[in-house]
Ligand binder design. Structure first.
Ligand code: DAH
Length: 342
């Protein structure tokens, strides 16, 4: 085949292959095959030595012309193919930002935490400090300083987890009263939220671990009316303006006099319903004037100072507020329950 024929043949083949290329890789192969160091056109140039000297310039020029033509065609093809590939990639990688996706599961605060935070907000707003203390407590603070000496019959009311003779899991948050009075000087105004423990059987209304919030105020001239006023504000803040308090005489060794405090049932507004067992009232806390004996044991001069204290059970408030009928649900950590509360 003459050089001219071979050149025409190459042009035709490249022309038709360029039309059927399926990507930049096959274009690159074609380029190497034709224009590369060992390519067909290079072979032609190398073969020029065999031509008669007078033919060489003409043939050389023809080969170069074809080389330029091929290079231009391949560059064109490359631009076209790359544009198409970019287009395809853009289509493939498009994200539909409007496509609905499953909602993420978001956790929520535990009902006890919700109630606790609400109470903290209420009492800090009234000028109370928040104090926290040990759950593993000395018998001395948990009982003795609360005027419950060893063998006092009232100790029986609090079925206790004893670690040894002197160490207990605190049965109430009241030992924090002693810790506050022994480390602070009046005026004292503190609340102490936290976990407490009693050796109770688990059922719908009992758990060996539950939560209380203790409150203590010690100052000059603190009276029962201050206690009433404070708890009245607390009740209204927590449940609304139409809620009121009812004080019933009671007994606690660390307060004198003592009272159990009920709030109007928020479910029936005092008419009587299943939740308040027809009474119209819900019992939420114990309270009283700090027993002067307790003040003295904790280094406070009871002739100068007086105080009031209260202990709020958080479980009952949380259950009532969120309509949880079985206390055990509070401790099982079922996300379906807690996810609903916000
Ligand atoms: N500590 C008591 C209990 O767990 C509750 C209580 C009653 C706390 C009267 C007080 C109080 O501060 O004054 O049953």
């Amino acid at each position: 085949m003459s050089v001219v024929d071979t050149l025409r043949d190459i042009k035709e083949r490249v022309e038709s292959e360029l039309n059927t290329l399926d990507g930049s890789a096959s274009l690159e192969n074609l380029r190497v095959k034709v224009l590369g160091k060992k390519g067909e056109l290079t072979a032609l140039l190398k073969g020029m030595g065999q031509l008669a000297p007078e033919e060489r310039p003409k043939v050389g020029a023809q080969i170069n012309e074809v080389r330029q033509w091929l290079t231009a065609r391949m560059d064109e093809a490359q631009a076209r193919i790359q544009a198409a590939e970019r287009e395809a990639a853009l289509k493939r990688e498009t994200i539909d930002v409007t496509e609905p996706r499953p909602l993420p599961k978001v956790g929520s605060e535990h009902p006890i935490t919700l109630v606790m935070n609400e109470l903290i907000e209420c009492f800090t707003g009234l000028g109370f400090d928040v104090m926290e203390g040990p759950e593993v407590e000395l018998d001395h603070y948990n009982f003795e300083l609360m005027n419950l000496p060893k063998n006092h019959p009232a100790r029986d009311a609090q079925d206790t987890f004893y670690m040894d003779d002197n160490i207990v899991l605190r049965t109430h948050t009241s030992p924090m009263q002693a810790r506050a009075m022994l480390t602070r000087k009046p005026p004292i105004r503190i609340i102490c939220p936290g976990r407490v423990y009693r050796a109770d059987e688990v059922d719908a209304t009992h758990s060996p671990v539950f939560h209380q919030m203790e409150g203590l105020v010690v100052d000059e001239h603190v009276k029962m009316s201050d206690l009433r006023g404070t708890l009245e504000v607390f009740a209204k803040k927590l449940y609304g303006e139409d809620v009121t308090t009812r004080f019933r005489p009671s007994f606690f060794p660390f307060t004198e006099p003592s009272a159990e405090v009920d709030l109007t049932c928020v479910n029936c507004h005092g008419k009587g319903c299943r939740i308040c067992k027809g009474t119209g009232w819900i019992e939420v806390l114990g309270s009283g004037m700090v027993n002067p004996k307790v003040l003295e044991m904790c280094g406070i001069d009871s002739s100068k100072y007086s105080g009031f204290a209260f202990g709020i059970g958080l479980e009952r408030i949380a259950m009532q507020r969120y309509g949880i009928r079985d206390m055990r649900l509070l401790y099982e950590g079922d996300a379906r329950l807690f996810g609903q509360l916000r």
